[in-house]
Design a protein around this ligand. Structure first.
Ligand code: 13P
Ligand code: MG
Ligand code: MG
Length: 369
């Protein structure tokens, strides 16, 4: 029998701006999940990272059925009503068609889903990012699945020697989903050439070449154009099955110590270093820094163990301190150069209007003919 893990993530309103959801909102979402445990779903878990709530459900029904996603959507709607009552910022923005505030309205929650035959000891990690894009996970996933400097299993485990298949999506292609599958290690340089551009290309899945089993599912979708502005589902969630023919948990976690600069910081318009944080952490400095949490589980017949929090360990305190240093250093240059995202990817139209306004004031100095 196959088990499906459904991970959905939504911003349905937060306290004090884009900082973190209220306890009451999280409880309202949890109540709906609890009503469905043992019925529509086998098990669930819930936590937040920054201003987004991550919900995880398991079931053993048809992988294509959407009723579990609908139920989670209902749970998010229920939480959204509480957010409205509490006057939270961006209440219901990822579930109601007409968002109350915020840049991206009604695009729906992010979804990462994986269906597979459970191993005897099924272990997996769930990563949730706030103030980041799906492509923000490109580098840590590349290092964990394709680089023996970070993943010792690639040379130590015969089960991993053949490498991995990376499915990468062109999120900017407008009409349809456009994706490519590259094979590591043969395509290593091609992979790097695409994955370096987190705003255009994002990993959607990774499979083992040894047994064709899927390890990774990221909530990567193409961008949408609303009123001339490019909007995407930011703040992704990713499920990563570990051990056996896949990297070990620690090999997947290790690249996060890098704290690489990613897009999506303050107003979805700045670059900042990705900080590994504890589960249920809000954001703060300049609405960030961009952050990633991890919930680790084991599972049997769809039943989840309580989550373990791998970033709640003294080692990561040192990393957090280094990443804070990187964030401060970058913020010192304010709007200038690499601190802010390129013009085409800003989530706010302010600069576009400034440039339009100034356009007439430019003088063209033609050389004398
Ligand atoms: P979120 O994408 O997390 O809602 O943040 C938006 C924002 O503008 C933060 O400064
Ligand atoms: Mg928000
Ligand atoms: Mg968010």
């Amino acid at each position: 029998m196959e088990t499906t893990i459904v991970a959905m993530r939504a911003d349905i309103g937060s306290i004090g701006g884009h900082l973190q959801p209220s306890e009451q909102v999280v409880d309202a979402v949890r109540n709906v999940l609890e009503e469905n445990r043992g019925g529509l779903i086998i098990d669930y878990d819930i936590h937040f990272t920054g201003d987004d709530i991550t919900v995880l459900c398991t079931h053993q029904g048809d992988a294509d059925r959407t009723d579990v996603q609908d139920m989670i959507w209902t749970a998010f709607s229920s939480g959204s009503h509480v957010a409205v009552e509490q006057g939270l910022y961006g209440a219901g923005q990822d579930v109601f068609k007409e968002g109350i505030s915020g840049a991206s309205k009604g695009l729906g929650p992010s979804l990462a889903q994986l269906t597979f035959k459970e191993r005897d000891n099924e272990a997996f990690l769930v990563f949730s990012v706030d103030k980041g894009l799906p492509g923000g996970l490109n580098l840590p996933l590349y290092l964990a699945f394709a680089d023996p400097m970070h993943c010792s299993g690639l040379i130590l485990s015969p089960r991993m020697r053949k490498g991995f298949l990376f499915e990468i999506m062109d999120v900017v292609y407008r009409e349809y989903d456009r994706s490519i599958t590259l094979e590591a290690p043969e395509d290593l340089y091609n992979l790097a050439a695409l994955l370096r551009d987190e705003e255009r290309f994002a990993i959607r899945s990774i499979r083992s070449r040894t047994n064709r089993e899927q390890s990774v599912a990221v909530s990567t979708t193409r961008l949408h154009y609303v009123a001339g502005i490019m909007l995407g589902k930011d703040d992704p969630v990713a499920v990563v099955r570990v051990q056996d023919a896949f990297p070990a948990a620690g090999e997947v976690l290790a690249p996060f110590a890098l704290g690489a600069h990613v897009s999506g910081y303050q107003r979805g318009s700045h670059h900042g270093p990705l900080m590994p944080v504890r589960l249920n952490s809000g954001v703060s400095f300049f609405d960030g820094p961009p952050c990633v949490s991890c919930a680790a589980y084991s599972m049997h017949a769809g039943r989840l163990t309580p989550a373990v929090d791998p970033f709640d360990h003294p080692f990561w305190d040192h990393v957090r301190s280094c990443v804070s240093g990187k964030a401060l250093e970058m913020r010192r240059q304010g709007f200038f150069g690499n601190a802010m995202q390129p013009f085409e990817t800003l989530s706010y139209g302010g600069i576009v209007s400034i440039l339009k306004e100034l356009d007439e004031r430019f003088k063209i100095e033609k050389p004398p003919s």
